[in-house]
Ligand binder design. Structure first.
Ligand code: LLP
Length: 425
């Protein structure tokens, strides 16, 4: 049978393996719920981008919001990547993982003064600015700190990425970016404000995009603007096309990163922009298929209309299914010969929305382990402590060995910042 997603995932004698290691043994050794990632799978995904960009002026900035574990970041640092960050906290993570601030681009619609100061002090490469108000604020903070902020303006190209509305960001109605028809005015403002240096232009049109066309449409709109801005006498050194390339969760067939990038570069060449530096901010396509979430079957609860398989992972550990109605494959770690039945795979959280998969054909017994596939992106990164559930541990497989890269949270740590009222019980 074929497993959606990673070529690093396979079955041997019925046992599910990631990068050659039996996942059942990892579930038993580290406990569940457990996120497991393959470093080789991450590097393999990265190499497709790197191959296509070889010989071109470029910087790959991993969008670390997808998975910000320090060991994951370290993997990208070692591979020479930069990072796309969206908070001061993410900047601290980059530095803690040994990353260089001068390879960091700082995105996001709501940067605070404190975050701007922190990023200026660290020396980030570029602020991706999303509004005229933010330009003024950044100018004020930079001049106050006697610093110069390098800026790129995020423009909203108004193209339909054809993805889920919650993760579509390049439409006129979205909160992101500067409207296309305001962009030249915003560049003039940026060029006139003290403490700012204009360096680039950027866009990000959405996530889990499975077609090439929206990316090329956005690129065309961006190149039109670059030409217009440069005619106004403002130089635009780099183009940052954001992230957004989708992965296979079930039967999607997104373009491979190297095909997509080759087409982007060809379009840039064709329009005479071949020598301009290209930045990209991929997240999901680098880590999504490199990770799985392991969980144990606690109870089987067959019913008159539905059968429930209650597992020890829940919506707090992996919110994508219920938040986006996202379909993620669920596979037993050890296949059974018995007949399959149709199950809703649900967690222990007290909400009917707490499900990981619905109507899945599985042969199961209590005590079995399951894997939710393609969970390396926006899995642990979006986990919460709802129901006072400690977040899962994380393991990375590298060089044939499994290493614990984040211990399971302790319950005590969850309320260690809380205080009882002095009047007492
Ligand atoms: N750059 C910017 C400015 C972004 O906002 C994002 C993602 C990326 C890059 C990376 O996009 P990617 O290559 O990962 O598609 N939690 C949602 C996805 C939210 C994406 C937010 N922005 C999910 O689980 O589907």
């Amino acid at each position: 049978m074929t497993l959606p997603g990673s070529p690093f995932l396979s079955r041997r004698n019925g046992a599910l393996e990631l990068d050659g290691l039996a996942l059942q043994a990892l579930a038993e050794r580290f406990g569940t719920p457990l996120y497991v990632y393959s470093r080789a799978a991450i590097l393999d995904a990265l190499s497709r981008y790197q191959r296509a960009l070889a010989g071109r002026r470029h910087l790959l900035c991993y969008a670390m919001k997808a998975n910000s574990n320090l060991a994951v970041l370290q993997t990208f640092v070692a591979a020479g990547c930069g990072f796309d960050i969206v908070s001061g906290g993410e900047l601290e993570r980059v530095l803690a993982a040994g990353g260089r601030a001068d390879r960091v681009v700082f995105s996001g619609v709501g940067k605070t003064r404190a975050e701007m100061r922190q990023a200026l002090q660290a020396g980030v490469r570029c602020f991706n600015v999303e509004s005229e108000s933010e330009l003024r604020r950044l100018s004020e903070v930079a001049t106050g700190a006697d610093a110069t902020a390098t800026v790129s303006l995020r423009v909203n190209p108004d193209v339909d990425a054809g993805t889920h509305p919650y993760i579509s960001t390049g439409l006129r109605d979205n909160k992101f970016g500067i409207a296309h028809d305001r962009a030249v005015a915003a560049y003039r403002l940026a060029a006139s404000l003290p403490g700012l240096r204009v360096a680039g232009i950027d866009c990000h049109i959405g996530s889990q995009i499975t077609q090439v066309a929206p990316f090329l449409d956005a690129l065309d709109r961006i190149l039109d603007l670059v030409e217009e801005v440069e005619r106004a006498g403002i130089e635009v050194h780099h183009i940052d096309l954001g992230g957004g390339l989708g992965i296979t969760y079930t039967d999607e067939s997104p373009p491979h990163a190297d095909e997509l990038v080759a087409q982007m570069l060809a379009r840039m060449d064709a329009r005479g922009h071949g020598r301009r530096e290209l930045l990209l901010e991929p997240g999901r396509s680098l880590v999504g298929n490199a990770g799985v979430l392991l969980t144990e079957v606690l109870y089987l609860k067959p019913g008159p209309t539905k059968n429930f398989c209650i597992v020890d992972a829940a919506m707090n550990d992996l919110v994508r299914p219920t938040l986006y109605d996202a379909w993620m494959a669920i596979e037993p770690l050890q296949q059974r010969a018995s007949a399959t039945q149709r199950w809703d795979v649900v967690g222990p959280v007290c909400e009917s929305g707490d499900w990981l998969g619905r109507e899945r054909e599985l042969a199961l017994a209590e005590g079995d382990f399951l894997a939710v596939l393609s969970a390396g992106a926006y899995g642990m990164a979006m986990a919460s402590n709802y129901n006072t559930r400690p977040r899962p541990a994380e393991v990375m497989i590298a060089g044939g060995e499994a290493t614990l890269i984040r211990t399971r949270e302790s319950v005590g740590a969850l309320f260690s910042n809380e205080r009882l009222l002095v009047s007492g019980p």
